[in-house]
Design a protein around this ligand. Structure first.
Ligand SMILES: [Zn+2]
Length: 116
């Protein structure tokens, strides 16, 4: 993989998983409709020691790490982002510049009102 290419295959890359914001839990229903649950026969100690199901949230969907269906669906989002990265990058620059201009205006108004 080079700087200008995306990884091969339909599955989301580790970088996409790492970029996501999410969490984990003992029960997660993923974007595929699969219910990921810990073994109900676990003792209380085993239950609290067991690894939870890690997930990320994107576009109102939960993608569970280790679920092949989620990896494919998340891979489509990654492809979209990667294939449209120049447009996304320009949009973010415009948006950030506008937010900075608004913040500068508010800062000036604070100074004029002698609010420090
Ligand atoms: Zn899934």
């Amino acid at each position: 993989m080079t700087q200008r290419t995306r990884h091969e295959g339909p599955m989301a890359s580790d970088m996409m998983w790492e970029a996501g914001m999410g969490g984990g839990g003992p029960y997660v229903e993923c974007s595929c409709g699969t219910e990921h649950t810990l073994d109900p026969d676990l003792t209380d100690d085993e239950y609290y020691d067991a690894d939870s199901f890690e997930y990320i949230e994107l576009d109102d969907n939960l993608f569970v790490y280790g679920c092949d269906g989620c990896a494919k669906k998340l891979g489509r989002y990654e492809s979209f982002i990667w294939n449209n990265r120049d447009t996304i990058r320009r949009y973010l620059k415009i948006r950030i510049d506008q937010e900075k201009a608004w913040a500068d205006q508010e800062h000036l108004l604070n100074q004029l009102a002698d609010i420090i």
